[in-house]
Design a protein around this ligand. Structure first.
Ligand code: HT7
Ligand code: ZN
Length: 873
């Protein structure tokens, strides 16, 4: 497969000023007529991309072109033209119902009731018509849709509406004009039988905007939360960044058939229903938060992505990292700053750190790719957001806003690069941020080590910071990066100390940010009366792995007293890591497990600790993160050790306290969505899980009752999961009940599959295989595949990584079947093999054999081949 390199970038040889598209829509056969106004930029032929489409007619300035007047080969249509400006027309046929890859124009749902829609990012537009399908070709689009009125009553495309009307034979048409130049990946259309909810919104700069959310009739009553979220997002972007919406209408459409979360098409966002629909009976609290976040994310793209887009796909994080950062800031403002930070860092550690530690590791701005769809990764999104956060922290709130204003002003209507972004932020603040560019080009998670020396005679505390980034796939030489370390020092009673650095006249604030911009830096704090406890990397000020040799009691001080909510939790996580080490190999013994259980038992009884934070503190690092601490890397032993430490915690808190807390939370049970109620549900789940480890019979009864009494999905699903873990037999009727209750509710059934896919242990594979035979299971639906296969392979380490390798062989078989339908989905599921090299030898051997065998096949898609080739290396 061919490799695309950033170093080979060349500007487009032809610009496309205007695009006029006409669609004659049908499920089996759609005809697309295009007229492109092309303007020469370089002395080269016109080259247009096109894949899987049938060329019916080609014209140049209205004159039909014969076979010898163009070349069509390897997905490129080439036309040599003398003039500097011309109009190229094409008529092509596409087959939506046959498109199971969900890229280009396809059918969502059934032939008789489903609807047509498009997905063009990254390179889907070339499946619709011939076009220079690259993000730096920006054009104005005029789109006319024609279709049967009965079958396709709703016709939508991006831009402002520009007329509708009737045609002969029961057909009708609708036209849309988008005044904002956009790249082809932001084009979208939707056609079919859809219902809508609407809201009249007025932007801060006075534009009346009709907001419409569209969905199929059976789910339209579950769109209200998304509409509220959209309104909040629009208001937040006006307030926080001074950004207003810029068309007269904004459409959002829900589909059950979608490869990713959602898509920010200009004026016509399309959402995986999973991230748009929400109601208490079928959605969990987490899902409500995800809906709010994804609605905001796609809306924020209107500026960070659409008005200013990417020059090429290597710059993907320019829009994605920035938009994740904007989305995270919004969610923090809507909910809780420290809880949001905990959630985001936990995700980074769970998804991005392992990605960056394995063969799929790549920089936030990769330097080459063979399939761009495989670079919509945690690194580009989550680590990319962390890089923006560091820049924002460096500039401060007002400085960052000034920088963003300049970035949007300078590059509006343009396709930009990471360099452009850093330059705008720097120029607006009279500073040079180019040192941060190194973060974008270097893969791997830096290790930051801190070493402390206290000198009692001089009352001085010296902190030495060092950095090192391990070699990663294809990148052996690593450079020092600028690492901002926010820190405070506490005395043993938990009081933050005023900080005076060597050479300074007076003490300043109790928190400072020190930037480590070389391999090593020492700093000395004066007037420190006794050995302090450092709180380092506060708020997770840089995406690194911090190594500091804390004593368990020191972490106990931070866990009890650090006012930085994130670092308080972090101290608990660090202490839990040490506690885990004390519980390895069947023993439960040591200072750390004692300190951890003691500190948490105390916090458990402290009424000043909020429920939401307590629930987080009671959750130690997951099995995937703990892999790092287990030299043998055996998922069964990791799970057993983690269970042992949780059991020790439950015993320390004690059955009476756990029971009493559960009953108090049970009495407060409601389906309300406010933060307090959500926190109560979350804590109730943690308490029940702890109780199940030390008071099994009672916990089983509570879980059963909770399932029956649950007023909403959060409690119901939590009860089901606990019941299944405590007593799989007792859970069987509850699973059957759930399956029946939610027949026809696709998103609820996804959770039913996912909970069962995550039940640990040897029996998991057999369970998965019988779930595959359920009538509701299909390999054609990406959500269903993720909920069963994805959950199993990624979130069930002890079930998937069986010592006999049976689950690896089973997954390989399924990957081949999925790949024939939907390569993007197959490739994503295949990333579950990313960590095979870090397994213990027996599992490593069988995983390798399976990956190598798959990678040697010649009949797989480019998407899957690319992942397998890199994983197998
Ligand atoms: N920008 C969107 C990316 C996306 C996508 C990429 C590849 C294939 C299918 C896709 N669907 C959506 C999502 C986002 O907002 O980040
Ligand atoms: Zn995005």
């Amino acid at each position: 497969t061919s490799v695309i390199r950033l170093a080979d970038y060349r500007p487009p040889a032809w610009a496309v000023e205007d695009v006029v598209l006409e669609f004659d829509l049908g499920i089996d056969h759609t005809e697309v007529t295009s007229r492109l106004t092309l303007v020469r930029q370089a002395d080269e032929p016109i080259r247009l991309n096109g894949e899987g489409i049938e060329l019916l007619e080609l014209t140049l300035d209205g004159r039909p072109l014969g076979d010898g007047e163009y070349i069509l080969a390897n997905g490129v249509l080439e036309v040599a033209v003398d003039a500097d400006r011309c109009t190229l027309g094409a008529r092509v046929a596409v087959r939506p119902a046959e498109n199971t890859a969900f890229e280009g124009l396809y059918l969502s749902g059934s032939r008789d009731r489903g609807f047509l829609l498009t997905q063009c990012e990254a390179e889907g537009f070339r499946h619709i018509t011939y076009f220079p399908d690259r993000p730096d070709v920006l054009s104005k689009y005029t789109v006319t849709l024609r279709a049967d009125r009965q079958r396709f009553p709703v016709l939508l495309a991006g831009g402002n509406p520009d007329g509708t009307g009737d045609l002969a034979d029961g057909r009708h048409w609708a036209r849309f004009v988008d005044p904002h130049p956009k790249p082809s990946y932001l084009f979208a259309l939707v056609a079919g039988r859809l219902e809508r909810i609407s809201h009249d919104y007025t932007t801060a700069d006075g534009r009346a905007v009709a907001l419409h959310i569209w969905a199929e009739a059976d789910v339209i009553d579950r769109c209200d939360y998304a509409m509220d979220s959209l309104i909040r997002s629009m208001q937040w972007d006006e307030r926080t960044y001074g950004r207003n919406y810029d068309l007269d209408v904004f459409h959002v459409v829900a589909t059950h058939d979608f490869n990713m979360g959602a898509m920010e098409n200009k004026g016509l966002n399309i959402f995986n229903a999973k991230y748009l629909l929400a109601d208490p009976d079928s959605s969990t609290d987490d899902e409500y938060r995800h809906v709010e976040a994804v609605v905001a994310h796609e809306y924020f793209h209107n500026w960070s992505g659409n008005r200013v887009t990417c020059r090429d796909w290597f710059q993907l994080s320019l829009k994605e990292g920035l938009t994740v950062f904007r989305e995270q800031s919004f969610s923090a403002d809507m909910n809780s700053v420290s809880l949001k930070r905990i959630e985001d860092v936990a995700l980074l550690r769970r998804a991005q750190f392992p990605e960056d530690a394995g063969p799929l590791s790549h920089p936030v701005r990769p330097s080459q790719y063979s399939e761009i769809n495989n670079f919509y990764t945690a690194t580009v999104y989550e680590k990319g957001s962390e890089l923006v956060r560091m820049l924002a922290g460096h500039l401060g709130r007002d400085g960052f806003r000034k920088g963003m204003d300049l970035y949007f002003d300078r590059h509006d209507g343009d396709a930009a690069t990471i360099e452009d972004f850093l330059k705008s932020l720097g120029d607006a603040n009279g500073t040079d941020l180019s040192a941060y560019l190194a973060w974008y080009g270097q893969a791997g998670t830096p290790r930051l080590t801190a070493e402390a020396r206290y000198d009692a005679t001089q009352s001085r505390y010296r902190l030495t910071l060092r950095q090192r980034t391990p070699a990663s796939a294809g990148q052996t030489v690593k450079h020092a990066l600028p690492i901002p370390v926010r820190l405070s020092l506490f005395d043993a009673s938990g009081k933050a100390l005023p900080l005076r650095l060597e050479g300074e006249a007076t003490a300043g604030a109790t928190e400072r940010t020190i930037v480590l911009d070389g391999a090593e830096r020492s700093i000395v704090f004066e007037d420190i009366a006794s050995a302090p406890v450092p709180s380092l990397l506060r708020g997770f000020s840089a995406p690194v792995i911090l190594e500091f040799d804390y004593a368990p009691e020191e972490l106990g001080v931070l866990l009890r007293h650090d006012p930085d909510g994130f670092n308080r939790w972090e101290a608990g996580q660090q202490l839990a890591g040490l506690a885990y080490d004390d519980c390895r190999d069947g023993k439960v013994d040591g200072a750390a497990i004692g300190a951890w259980t003691r500190a948490l038992a105390q916090l458990f009884g402290d009424p000043s600790v909020e429920d939401a934070l307590l629930a987080e503190l009671l959750t130690p690092p997951g099995e995937i993160e703990l892999v790092e601490r287990q030299p043998e890397r055996d998922p069964d032993r990791i799970r057993a050790s983690r269970q042992a430490m949780l059991r020790a915690l439950a015993s320390r808190i004690g059955v009476p306290a756990l029971r009493a807390r559960y009953e108090a939370l049970r009495a407060a049970t409601s389906a309300a969505l406010d933060a307090t109620s959500q926190a109560q549900r979350q804590l109730k789940r943690r308490v029940l899980d702890l109780l199940s480890l030390v008071d099994e019979a009672h916990a089983r009864e509570l879980a059963r009752a909770q399932y029956d009494e649950a007023p909403g999905m959060t409690d119901r699903l939590a009860a089901l999961a606990t019941l299944a873990t405590v007593d799989p037999d007792a859970a069987t009727p509850a699973f059957a009940h759930f399956r029946h209750r939610y027949e026809g509710n696709a998103l609820a059934l996804d959770k039913w599959f996912a909970v069962q896919a995550q039940l640990p242990g040897e029996t998991a594979l057999g369970r998965i295989q019988s779930l595959e035979r359920d009538d509701a299971f299909t390999l054609k639906n990406p959500n269903r595949v993720q909920s069963l296969l994805g959950s199993f392979a990624r979130a069930n380490p002890s079930g998937f990584h069986r010592a006999d390798g049976a689950a690896y062989r089973w997954l390989a078989d399924r990957l081949v079947a999925i790949d024939a339908l939907n390569p993007q989905v197959a490739a994503r599921v295949a990333t579950a093999f990313n960590g095979w090299k870090r397994l213990e030898p027996v599992r490593r051997e069988s995983a390798h054999a399976v990956v190598a065998e798959l990678a040697s096949r010649k009949d797989l898609s480019r998407d899957l081949t690319d992942i397998l080739a890199r994983v197998a290396l």
